[in-house]
Structure formats: structure tokens, C-alpha cells
Design a protein around this ligand. Structure first.
Ligand code: NAD
Ligand code: MG
Length: 388
């Protein structure tokens, strides 16, 4: 008897927080899923170890300085080794691939995501920056090539799950936010916080970039933009609600006032596994909610004055065009600068705001415009950084 074909998954960014958890899911369901492609940027030894364990058809090391090390280490296995950013775009088009998990960080995820859509691969979307930068373009391509996007971001997976079985209009999306490590800090305290403090997220263990974005709440601003494009909902209908326990992962309110939410222990493997197995659910040994031990669930309004990045993200959505792309590029610059001690916490929003004012605005950007905008905004943000 012929074995049923396993779903072939390409993981862009397999050595990261999402990537390694995706490999846990694949290992736990090796009868259903296979890692077809693994890619990393700099974590060479982890990539080699993963490749030796999962024996994918291909690996890509995006930083080509590491090509020889990877290729030598996998010499004895039937694995194609490629290097460089262009290879990411080529490798996702491979004929056998069913689904591409976009788990790399930042604007760099846009080009390979577009290449995967054009090759008609289903997208499991973790790289939210893709939707922030070019949500409209990505949606148009998905319609043209009839490609589904399965959200991996926990809030968007919760919204997606709340919409399963529904075909009535959405009245409102309730997008929950933990509030990050500085939820209760005053502006005076925020001025003094260090990268080490910002990297200690209360509920989620994630990559450094998104952890800093969570501390500034830019992450939540990006998620509002992501929700707009994924679910076709106007920004006024997306309400951010701070919920420090991260048990309610997000919710949808319908026109009769009914609210459907998805709850659970914070664990990214749940949305990753659902994106892989959709339209089915699979079993898991992940931790279950314990209703008797559960902390009291609380909800509060976000404060856009202390968390200016959230307000700037909303502002970019109202302006539209390439403005969210500008915010994303400036944010990538200040995020890294803060991590490296070259910028104070509250200066991040200042630099982003200046970059928004100084970068050329384009009302209806093409792909090439986004690439040019990203480069221009990074340059302007780097200059602004020197002045603050
Ligand atoms: P991470 O830093 O832990 O891992 C990033 C991965 O991408 C690594 O494998 C790295 O080698 C690769 N990579 C980074 N830059 C690259 C580049 N320029 N070219 C090629 N490869 C590159 O990040 P993460 O926390 O796993 O986040 C990945 C994406 O998922 C981000 O867009 C993030 O916003 C999103 N996300 C993450 C979480 C989470 O829990 N970690 C939750 C929701 C959404
Ligand atoms: Mg999220």
C-alpha cells in the first residue's frame, strides 16, 4: 500500500524561536509532516545540526560567508546547500513544497514570501513585517495565485480560530496585548530602562527583535496592521486590550454582540501546529489550562502616551501608502540600536517619528517602491539616530 504523502514544509528561519518550535511540531507528527527546506542567517552550527537530524532536500545559509562550513559539514548527506538571500527566493519554489513557514525577521522576509506565493505555496505566516510593509500587495498576489495565508502569530491565530465556521460580518476585533515588561512603568522610569530589562518578557520566550518590539508595544501596532490585511477589517474596528496574563489570545465580536475568543496557555506551538494541519486539529502534549490555578484575568486600556510606538503604527495605517513600510524600516534600525546600547528606550519613537516626516511618501507603492522606501527610511533613521 502507498503511504499517504506527507505535507512538505519549507521553514525560512529554522534556527529561530518560531523555527525551532516548528521543528518540534514536525518531529512530533513525523507521520504527517516533513521538513523539506531549512534556512538560517548566521546560526551555522544549529543549522547543520538541524539538517543532520531532519535531512531536508535543501538548506540555505543566507549569509554566504558561512557557505563552506555548511556545505563541508553536510557533505555525506543528500542535501543541497545554497547561500545568499536570492537562494531563499529560489528554494521556496521547489516543486515538492506544499507550505512555506515564514519565520525569519524583518523586511528580509518580504521577497521570499512573494516568491513562494507566486509558486502557489501555502503560507504559514509568522513574519508579520511582510504584512506591515506590503499587506495590500501580498493580499492581491494571494488572490491572483489563489494562495491561502495561515496565521501563526498567536493573536491572529486566535482571531482565525474565532472565525472558523462563521460567515457573518465582524463588528470588532479584540486584539489582546500582554503590555510587555514595562506595562506599569512611568515615562520617567521608561527613560532609564536597559536592553537586559526589555529582553525579559513576562509571558513569551521569543527572538530578541520581537521581544524589544513587545516592550515598546510596536509589536502590537504591527499586529493591528497585520490584522487589517489578514481579516479585511478597518483599523477603527480593531481594539487593542491589554491583558497581562496572556490567556485570552484575542477575540472577535459579531453584530449580535456575541464575542468568541480563543484561550490557552501561552505556547507558540499551538498556532504553528494548527497552521500546518489546517483544516484539522491534531493531538498534542502541550500544557493545558488549569482552571483552578488560573490567575484572575484582567483587562485594561493601552496608554499611547507612554507607548508612543503603538500610536505611530496607528498613524501610519491612517496615512496608508508606504508609511507602514517607513515605520517598519525605522523600527528595525532603532530596535537594533537600542539592543546595542546606541539609543535610549524613549528615543526609539522619536527617531521613528522623524523618519516618518522625512521619507518620501508614496500613495500607491509598487514592490520596487517598497524596496526603495525601505532603503531610504533606513538611511534617514540612521542619520536621525546620530542627532538624538
Ligand atoms: P528569531 O530571531 O528567534 O529567529 C529568526 C530566524 O530567521 C533565525 O533562523 C535567523 O537565522 C533567520 N533570519 C534572521 N534574519 C534573517 C535574514 N536577514 N535573512 C535570512 N534569515 C534570517 O526570531 P523569532 O522570534 O522566531 O521571530 C520570527 C518571526 O516571527 C518574526 O517576524 C516575528 O515577529 C514573528 N513572530 C514570532 C513570535 C515568537 O514567539 N517568537 C511570535 C509571533 C510572531
Ligand atoms: Mg503576537
Amino acid at each position: 500500500m502507498q503511504e499517504p504523502k506527507k505535507r512538505q514544509i519549507a521553514i525560512l528561519g529554522s534556527t529561530g524561536s518560531i523555527g525551532t518550535q516548528a521543528l518540534d511540531v514536525i518531529a512530533a507528527h513525523s507521520d504527517l509532516f516533513e521538513a523539506r527546506v531549512l534556512t538560517a542567517n548566521n546560526r551555522v552550527e544549529e543549522l547543520i545540526e538541524q539538517a543532520r537530524r531532519f535531512v531536508p532536500a535543501a538548506v540555505v545559509i543566507a549569509n554566504d560567508a558561512h557557505y563552506e562550513r555548511v556545505s563541508d559539514a553536510l557533505d555525506d548527506l543528500p542535501i543541497q546547500v545554497y547561500a545568499g538571500p536570492e537562494a531563499l527566493c529560489e528554494v521556496v519554489q521547489g516543486g515538492e513544497i506544499d507550505m512555506v513557514l515564514t519565520a525569519m525577521v524583518g523586511f528580509a522576509g518580504l521577497a521570499p514570501t512573494i516568491a513562494a506565493i507566486k509558486a502557489r505555496k501555502a503560507i504559514a505566516l509568522a513574519n508579520k513585517e511582510t504584512m506591515v510593509v506590503a499587506g495590500e500587495l501580498v493580499n492581491n498576489l494571494c488572490n491572483e495565485y489563489r494562495v491561502p495565508i495561515l496565521p501563526v502569530d498567536s493573536e491572529h491565530s486566535a482571531i482565525f480560530q474565532s472565525l472558523m465556521g462563521e460567515n457573518s460580518p465582524i463588528e470588532k476585533i479584540i486584539l489582546t496585548a500582554s503590555g510587555g515588561p514595562f506595562r506599569t512603568f512611568t515615562l520617567g522610569q521608561l527613560a532609564e530602562v536597559t536592553p537586559e530589562q526589555a529582553l525579559r518578557h513576562p509571558n513569551w520566550d521569543m527572538g530578541a527583535k520581537i521581544t524589544i518590539d513587545s516592550a515598546t508595544m510596536m509589536n502590537k501596532g504591527f499586529e493591528v496592521i497585520e490584522a487589517k490585511w489578514l481579516f479585511g477589517v478597518a483599523p477603527e474596528k480593531i481594539q487593542v486590550v491589554v491583558h497581562p496574563q496572556s490567556v485570552v489570545h484575542s477575540a472577535v465580536q459579531f453584530e449580535d454582540g456575541a464575542v468568541k475568543a480563543q484561550l490557552g496557555v501561552p505556547d507558540m506551538r499551538v498556532p504553528i501546529q494548527l497552521a500546518f494541519s489546517f483544516p484539522h486539529r491534531l493531538g498534542s502534549d502541550f500544557e493545558r489550562l488549569d482552571w483552578w490555578q488560573m490567575p484572575a484575568l484582567t483587562f485594561e486600556a493601552p496608554d499611547p502616551e507612554r507607548f508612543r510606538c503603538l500610536a505611530l503604527a496607528y498613524e501610519s495605517l491612517h496615512q496608508g501608502g508606504n508609511m507602514p513600510c517607513i515605520v517598519n524600516a525605522a523600527n528595525e534600525i532603532v530596535n537594533r540600536a537600542f539592543l546595542e546600547g546606541r539609543c535610549r528606550f524613549l528615543q526609539m519613537a522619536e527617531v521613528i517619528e522623524q523618519t516618518m516626516q522625512q521619507t518620501s511618501f508614496i500613495k500607491e507603492p509598487t514592490y520596487e517602491d517598497y524596496v526603495a522606501t525601505d532603503a531610504e527610511a533606513r538611511r534617514i533613521a540612521a542619520e536621525a539616530l546620530k542627532r538624538v
